[in-house]
Design a protein around this ligand. Structure first.
Ligand SMILES: Cc1cc2nc3c(=O)[nH]c(=O)nc-3n(C[C@H](O)[C@H](O)[C@H](O)COP(=O)(O)O)c2cc1C
Length: 474
C-alpha cells in the first residue's frame, strides 16, 4: 500500500528542513570525497567506503549454484565500483534454504561460487582499474523459521514466539531445534566457510539478523538449555561458530551482519527495552488482541535498547570478527524497520511512522554499535529511502565516524553503478535511484527471480507481472 508522506523533496534543502522539523539526526555533507578513502578490515584494504549490501535474487539452480541472472547481478554490482561486495544469503545446508532457488554452497558446487566471484572481481578491475580489489564477503545462513527448501515451508525454530508463530502457522506443539542439532549446525557453518574460503572470498559473514536462525537464537529468552535464557547462552551459537570458523579455516576473515534490534517487544525481541520484564515468560505481553493482526508491526512497546547488542559486538570483536554490518528488523514481520519504504508489498500494513524515522533509527543504532567497537569498522544500512541524497548522508556518517562504511541494498539493485557515480561525479541521478516501491520484495514473495522492476524494467517487469497474476489466481 502507498504510504502517506512518501519521498517528495524538490531538493536537498527541502529534505534537510523536513529532517530538522522532525527533530531527527540525519545529516548530509555536500562534499562526498571521504567516501573515496580506503579502509582496512582484518588486514585487507577496502578501496572505498561504499558497499553493496547482500541482495538475494532467488535465481540459483535446484542444487544451489549461481545462475545466469546471479552472474549478471554481481558483474553489474562489481562494475559499479563499491569497495565492499557483500554477496547474498547462501544456505549452509539444503534444508536451511529460504526458497528452492536460494544459493546453497556445498562440496559439489563451490567451484561455481569461485567462478562467480572471479567474474565479479575481473569486472570490478576492468571498470575501476587494475588496482581496485573489492572486499568480497559471502553471507552464510540457515533460514530457520523461514526455511522453505522445496516450496513448502519447513520452519526450524529455536523457540516459540507468540508474534511470529501465527504468521507461519506454527502451533504450540511444533518441535524446536535441539541443542545437539545446533551444535552440528555450527559445524555446517564451518564446512560452508571452508568452501567459501576455497572459492576465494575475502570474508565469510555468519549472518545474525532478520530473525533467521542465527538471530532468532539471540532472542531466545524463553528457550531452555545451553542455547537459551541467559545472554551467555543466547549468544553461544554465534560466538561458538565465529571461534570454530576462525580456528578451523586457515586464512579466513570473519564478519557479521548483525541485527541490532528486531522490532519485537521483550522477551520476544532482541535489542528491545527490557523495562518491567521480571524474567518470567508468563509475565511477558501476551495480549495479542492489542495487535490487530500478525502483520501489524510492533508499537512503541518495542523501543530499542542496545545494551546487549553492544555487549555482543564487543565479544565479536574480541573473538576476531573484522567488521560488523548493522541491520535491523524482520523482513517478514516488521519490514519497514529493515527497509524504510514508500510502498509495501501487497496486503502489507501501512507503517505508523514516517520513513525518515526508520532511516534515523538505522543511522543512530549503527552509530551506537560503532561507538561500542571503535577498533573495527562498522558498515551501516538503510540508506536507499534517501534516493539521490543517500550519498550525502553516507558522507556525513562516515566523516563523523558514525560508521566506517555505508552499504546500499535496493539502491544497488536500481542503480548498480551508484558508487562509481558518487565517487566520480559527487552526486547521484534522481531518475536512476531506487524509489522504494517494494516490487523487488514482491517478486520474491510471489516466487520469482528478482531485481529492480523500475530501473531494470525490460528484464524484471515481466517477471513481476507474471508473479502478480499467479498470486491473484491462487
Ligand atoms: C529483494 C531483497 C533481497 C534481499 N536479500 C538479502 C539477503 O540476501 N541478505 C540480507 O542480509 N539482506 C537482504 N536484504 C536486505 C538488504 O540487504 C538491506 O538490508 C535492506 O534492503 C535495507 O537497505 P536499503 O535501504 O539500502 O535497501 C534484501 C532486501 C531485498 C529488498
Amino acid at each position: 500500500m502507498p504510504q502517506p508522506n512518501a519521498f517528495a523533496y524538490r531538493n536537498l534543502d527541502a529534505l534537510k528542513e523536513d529532517v530538522a522539523r522532525r527533530g531527527l539526526e540525519i545529516g548530509f555533507d555536500d562534499d562526498v570525497s571521504c567516501l573515496g578513502e580506503p579502509l582496512v578490515a582484518g588486514g585487507h584494504t577496502i578501496p572505498n567506503r561504499l558497499g553493496v549490501l547482500p541482495m538475494e535474487g532467488c535465481d540459483g539452480s535446484a542444487d544451489g549454484r549461481p545462475g545466469d541472472l546471479t552472474r549478471r547481478r554481481y558483474v553489474r554490482f562489481a562494475q559499479g565500483g563499491s569497495g565492499l561486495l557483500w554477496f547474498e544469503a547462501v544456505a549452509v545446508e539444503r534444508m536451511g534454504r529460504a526458497n528452492p532457488r536460494q544459493l546453497w554452497i556445498h562440496r559439489d558446487n563451490w567451484e561455481d561460487f569461485a567462478r562467480l566471484r572471479e567474474e565479479a572481481v575481473a569486472a570490478a578491475r576492468a571498470a575501476m582499474g587494475p588496482d581496485h580489489q573489492p572486499f568480497t564477503v559471502i553471507q552464510l545462513v540457515h533460514s530457520g523459521r523461514y526455511s522453505r527448501p522445496i516450496d513448502v515451508p519447513r520452519p526450524v525454530i529455536s523457540h516459540h514466539c507468540p508474534y511470529l508463530d501465527p504468521v507461519a502457522k506454527i502451533g504450540p506443539d511444533y518441535p524446536v531445534i535441539t541443542d545437539g542439532e545446533l551444535e552440528a549446525l555450527e559445524d555446517a557453518y564451518v564446512e560452508a566457510a571452508r568452501l567459501a574460503r576455497r572459492a576465494g572470498f575475502t570474508a565469510v559473514d555468519l549472518k545474525a539478523s532478520h530473525r533467521y536462525l542465527g538471530s532468532e537464537l539471540l532472542a531466545g529468552f524463553t528457550r531452555p538449555g545451553r542455547y537459551g535464557g541467559s545472554f551467555e547462552n543466547r549468544t553461544r551459537f554465534l560466538l561458538n561458530t565465529v571461534r570454530k570458523v576462525r580456528a578451523e579455516v586457515p586464512g579466513v576473515t570473519v564478519v557479521v551482519r548483525l541485527g541490532a534490534y528486531d522490532g519485537l517487544p521483550h522477551p520476544w525481541g532482541w535489542g528491545a527495552a527490557m523495562d518491567g520484564f521480571t524474567g518470567d515468560p508468563a509475565a511477558a505481553p501476551r495480549d495479542l488482541a492489542a495487535w490487530p493482526g500478525p502483520h501489524t508491526p510492533p508499537g512503541p512497546t518495542a523501543a530499542p535498547d542496545l545494551t546487549e547488542p553492544s555487549r555482543l559486538a564487543r565479544l565479536l570483536r574480541d573473538a576476531g570478527v573484522a567488521l560488523i554490518n548493522v541491520t535491523m528488523g524482520n523482513p517478514y514481520f516488521a519490514p519497514h524497520v529493515t527497509r524504510p519504504h514508500d510502498q509495501g508489498t501487497a496486503g502489507q500494513y501501512v507503517p505508523d511512522e514516517h520513513p525518515l524515522f526508520g532511516v534515523n533509527r538505522h543511522f543512530t543504532l549503527a552509530r551506537e554499535i560503532q561507538r561500542a567497537v571503535p577498533e573495527i569498522p562498522v558498515a551501516g544500512s538503510g540508506y536507499s529511502w534517501l534516493r539521490q541524497f543517500a550519498g550525502q548522508a553516507a558522507a556525513h556518517n562516515v566523516r563523523h565516524g558514525w560508521v566506517a562504511l555505508a552499504g546500499m541494498g535496493r539502491q544497488a539493485f536500481a542503480y548498480p553503478e551508484y558508487a562509481r557515480e558518487l565517487l566520480e561525479k559527487g552526486r547521484l541521478e534522481p531518475k536512476r535511484s531506487c524509489v522504494t516501491c517494494s516490487k523487488c520484495t514482491q517478486i520474491m514473495r510471489d516466487g520469482g527471480q528478482t531485481g529492480c522492476v523500475t530501473q531494470d524494467k525490460a528484464l524484471y517487469r515481466p517477471i513481476y507481472l507474471a508473479g502478480r497474476e499467479r498470486a491473484t489466481k491462487r
